[in-house]
Design a protein around this ligand. Structure first.
Ligand SMILES: [Zn+2]
Length: 67
């Protein structure tokens, strides 16, 4: 069985001896993981800086009284 390396697109043999599958080499795997990690860092940084007043439910005002 062969798969395409997600980083460079070359054909990779899917075998147990290939420790980098589905990547063709350690280099391609490192590139992909690096891109993924930097995305995570960027998102986390924005989340820390985000305002916290979004989606606050308003209480009361809805008619639920007896009468
Ligand atoms: Zn590759």
């Amino acid at each position: 069985m062969k798969v395409k390396c997600p980083t460079c697109g070359s054909q990779v043999a899917w075998t147990e001896s290939n420790a980098f599958r589905p990547f063709c080499s350690e280099r391609c795997r490192t590139i992909d993981l690096g891109a993924w990690a930097s995305e995570r860092h960027r998102i986390a940084g924005e989340a820390l800086d985000a305002p916290s007043d979004a989606g606050t439910p308003t209480s009361g005002e809805a008619g639920d009284r007896k009468g």
